[in-house]
Design a protein around this ligand. Structure first.
Ligand SMILES: NC(=O)c1ccc[n+]([C@@H]2O[C@H](COP(=O)([O-])OP(=O)(O)OC[C@H]3O[C@@H](n4cnc5c(N)ncnc54)[C@H](O)[C@@H]3O)[C@@H](O)[C@H]2O)c1
Length: 354
C-alpha cells in the first residue's frame, strides 16, 4: 500500500495524521482532499507543503466527479476519511449540514471506492477487489451514546445509540460502511476513538478554547455542573492506531481506540488553569448543552489484543506538552481565532483557484 487519499487532512486529527505518515513511512504518498471549511487550516501543514510525497487538493468529499478524477490520477490503494463536520454544538444548530457531509459524503466516497477498486466495475454483484485496497472510516465513541457512572466502558459490541445530531450522523455513516462491506464486500474498517487532544486543534473545542480564554483572562464557560466525563487520548496515539488498522487489520473489523483516561470536563478546566497559573474564579458555569451526554468510556482491549496497539503517551506528560505547544504557537492560535488562517490558501495557492 503506497498511495493514500486522506480526506479532511487540513483539520485537527487529519493534519496530525498527514505529518505522522510522512515522517514515519517514507514509501507512502498522500493526497490531502479538504474542502477548507472553517475547521480546515492549511497553516497546520505549512512545514510540509514542499514535500514531494504530499499533494493538497481543495475539494468536497461529496463531489463524485472530482473523486473519479483523483482516483484516475493517483490510483489510490487506500482512503482514510477524516472529513466531517465535527462540532456537536454546531450540529444542534444546523443538523442537516451534518447529514449532508457526514453521511452523504461517506456515501460518495464509498461509491468512488467501489468503482475504482472493483475488478469488474460493471457487475454490481462482483465481490472481487484489487488486492490490498482499503477504506478506513474515522468514527467516534459518541456513536454509542452515554453511560451511567457504573456502566462498563463501550466495547465494539455495544449497540449504536447516538444522542446528538453529530453522533447520529457519524453512526449513520458507520451503518452505511457496514452495509457496503456486507453487500458489496468492500474491504473497509471503522475506528471509534474517544476525545483527542494535542496540537492544531481548532480553538472552539474544550482544551484550546479554555486555554485561549484563560490566557486572555476571559471567563471559561463550563456547561452545567461540568461533571460530564470523557476519555482523553493524545492525537499521536490515535493516528498510530489508525495507521495500524489501515495496514494490519482484517477487512470488516471495527476497533475502539481510547486512552483509559476518564476525566470530568471541570477537572480538565481546573488542570489547565492551574498549569498556567490562573485562578479558578475565571470559571463560569453556563446553561448545559441540550441532551448533553454524561459519560463516555472506551474499552480498547480488542485493538490492544489483535494489533498490539497501546497508547505511548501518558496524560500527565502529554497534556502539559499540549499546553506548551499552544503557548509557543500564539500566532497560530491568533490566526485561527481571528479567521486570518482562511487567507492562507489564497496566499499559497492563489485566489484564482477558488
Ligand atoms: N476531535 C476528536 O476528539 C474526535 C474523536 C473521535 C473521532 N473524531 C472524528 O475524526 C475526524 C476528524 O476530526 P477533527 O477533530 O480533526 O475535525 P476537524 O473539524 O478539525 O476537521 C475536519 C476537516 O474536514 C474538512 N471537511 C469538512 N467537510 C468537508 C467536506 N465536505 N469535504 C472535504 N473536507 C471537509 C474540514 O475542512 C476540516 O479540515 C472526524 O470524522 C471526527 O468525527 C474526532
Amino acid at each position: 500500500m503506497k498511495n493514500i487519499l486522506v480526506t479532511g487532512g487540513a483539520g485537527f486529527i487529519g493534519s496530525n495524521y498527514v505529518r505522522y505518515v510522512l515522517e514515519n513511512f517514507p514509501d507512502f504518498e498522500l493526497v490531502n482532499l479538504d474542502a477548507l471549511t472553517y475547521a480546515g487550516n492549511l497553516e497546520n501543514l505549512s512545514d510540509i507543503e514542499a514535500n514531494p510525497q504530499y499533494h493538497f487538493v481543495r475539494g468536497d468529499i461529496r463531489d463524485a466527479e472530482l473523486l473519479r478524477q483523483l482516483f484516475d490520477k493517483y490510483h489510490f490503494d487506500a482512503v482514510v476519511n477524516f472529513a466531517a463536520e465535527s462540532h456537536v454544538d454546531r450540529s444542534i444548530t444546523d443538523p442537516s449540514l451534518f447529514f449532508e457531509v457526514n453521511v452523504g459524503g461517506v456515501l460518495t466516497l464509498l461509491e468512488a471506492c467501489l468503482k475504482a477498486w472493483r475488478l469488474r466495475p460493471e457487475d454490481k454483484y462482483c465481490h472481487d477487489f484489487q488486492p490490498g485496497v482499503r477504506y478506513l472510516q474515522v468514527s467516534t465513541d459518541e456513536v454509542y451514546g452515554s453511560l451511567t457512572p457504573d456502566e462498563p466502558a463501550f466495547t465494539e459490541q455495544n449497540p449504536l445509540a447516538p444522542n446528538s445530531p453529530y453522533a447520529a450522523s457519524k453512526a449513520s455513516a458507520d451503518l452505511l460502511c457496514r452495509a457496503y462491506a456486507h453487500t458489496y464486500g468492500l474491504p473497509l474498517n471503522i475506528t471509534r476513538c474517544s476525545n483527542n487532544y494535542g496540537p492544531y486543534q481548532f480553538p472552539e473545542k474544550l482544551i484550546p478554547l479554555m486555554l485561549n480564554n484563560a490566557q486572555h483572562d476571559r471567563k471559561l464557560p463550563v456547561y452545567g455542573d461540568g461533571q460530564q466525563i470523557r476519555d482523553w487520548l493524545y492525537v499521536f496515539d490515535h493516528n498510530r492506531a489508525i495507521h495500524q488498522v489501515l495496514t494490519q487489520a482484517e477487512p470488516g473489523q471495527v476497533y475502539n481506540i481510547g486512552g483509559s483516561n476518564e476525566r470530568a470536563n471541570l477537572q480538565i478546566v481546573e488542570l489547565l488553569l492551574k498549569s498556567i497559573g490562573k485562578p479558578d474564579s475565571l470559571i463560569e458555569h453556563v446553561k448545559d448543552r441540550p441532551g448533553h451526554d454524561r459519560r463516555y468510556a472506551i474499552d480498547s482491549s480488542k485493538i490492544r489484543r489483535e494489533l498490539g496497539w497501546a497508547p505511548a503517551y501518558q496524560f500527565e506528560q502529554a497534556l502539559p506538552a499540549t499546553i506548551t505547544w499552544y503557548q509557543e504557537h500564539a500566532t497560530w492560535v491568533e490566526h485561527a481565532v481571528s479567521g486570518e488562517y482562511q487567507n492562507y490558501y489564497d496566499k499559497m495557492y492563489g485566489a484564482a483557484e477558488r
